[in-house]
Ligand binder design. Structure first.
Ligand SMILES: NC(=O)c1ccc[n+]([C@@H]2O[C@H](COP(=O)([O-])OP(=O)(O)OC[C@H]3O[C@@H](n4cnc5c(N)ncnc54)[C@H](OP(=O)(O)O)[C@@H]3O)[C@@H](O)[C@H]2O)c1
Length: 263
């Protein structure tokens, strides 16, 4: 737990795509701060196992369940589960796995459709379904990418969907602000998770260089000289989701060690 009181002890949070990586780190941080957390991922076993591991570490109860956020009916089921568990929720973190890499001519309509359903439509569906559980207001946060400011070569699906997410969240900050709901987008730069390791491995393979060499090149782009840790990302997320955040809404905030060069 941080020294700052985030005011989320006892509050209820729903966190998607949280069996690993950034989603897991956010779920764990919220539990450490005293929140009641329901976390989900496509694999019920993985979500339950992660929930059990966080519960072991923290001594708090955590619920894990299945939800593939690209599937409308699974989102309906997840919201029903949250209602049964908590009645209402105070915090919603919308996360999903990232789309595959590729250039325009490598990708077909089906790839675009899948990325849209997983990384943009899922956020629309989750928020629309969760609103009735937030009658007193709350905090909604979506994980996008630093590509919102500076598109990443070779990740056209991600670059396109993330921009849509940022537009959606900015619009929702306007639509939902009068209801006491603060809506933000959090943009990871290069945070050391399984996905990042896999992206580095496949990019090194494509470029015919060693992964270590590719990574040293990447590190030169980051003023802080290292990849971020999931917990560093999670602490920012927990703040934005918390009652301590009283006036940040409609922002797309970089957590990137200074990597993005845009203002
Ligand atoms: N790490 C970074 O530096 C970075 C940078 C920019 C953007 N991002 C984005 O941030 C998000 C999280 O990244 P990460 O690095 O934490 O990825 P990760 O380590 O690959 O973890 C992804 C998590 O999402 C779950 N998941 C994947 N597809 C899902 C779906 N359709 N429905 C529900 N859960 C799903 C996975 O569990 P299951 O396999 O059990 O479903 C897993 O728990 C991704 O969208 C990624 O593109 C990350």
């Amino acid at each position: 737990m941080s020294d700052m009181d985030l005011g989320i002890a006892g509050k209820a949070a729903l966190v998607t795509a949280a069996s690993r990586g950034l989603g897991r780190a956010v779920a764990e941080e919220l539990v450490r701060e005293g929140a009641r957390v329901l976390l989900s991922s496509r694999s019920r076993e993985a979500a339950e196992q992660t929930a059990a591991e966080i519960a072991d570490k923290t001594g708090s109860q955590v619920i894990g369940c299945r939800c593939d956020v690209s599937q409308a009916e699974e989102i309906t089921g997840l919201i029903k589960r949250a209602r049964e568990a908590f009645g209402g929720i105070d915090m919603l973190l919308c996360n999903a796995g990232g789309p595959p890499g590729g250039l325009l001519e490598d990708l077909e309509d089906a790839d675009w459709q899948k990325a849209f359903e997983t990384n943009l439509l899922s956020v629309v569906r989750l928020i629309r379904a969760a609103l009735p559980l937030m009658p007193q207001g709350g905090r909604i946060l979506t994980i996008a990418s630093s590509s919102v400011r500076q598109p990443i070569p070779g990740l056209i699906l991600s670059n396109t969907m993330r921009a849509g997410v940022a537009g959606l969240m900015k619009t929702l900050s306007q639509e939902l602000g009068p209801r006491g709901i603060l809506a933000n987008t959090l943009c990871p730069g290069r945070i050391a998770t399984d996905r990042l390791r896999e992206l580095d491995r496949s990019r090194a393979e494509q470029e015919g260089v060693a992964v270590d060499d590719l990574q040293s090149h990447m590190l030169r782009e980051i003023p802080l000289g290292r990849y971020g840790e999931p917990q560093e990302f999670a602490q920012v997320a927990a703040f934005l989701l918390s009652e301590a955040n009283t006036y940040v809404s409609g922002s797309a905030l970089m957590v990137d060690g200074g990597m993005v060069k845009a203002l």
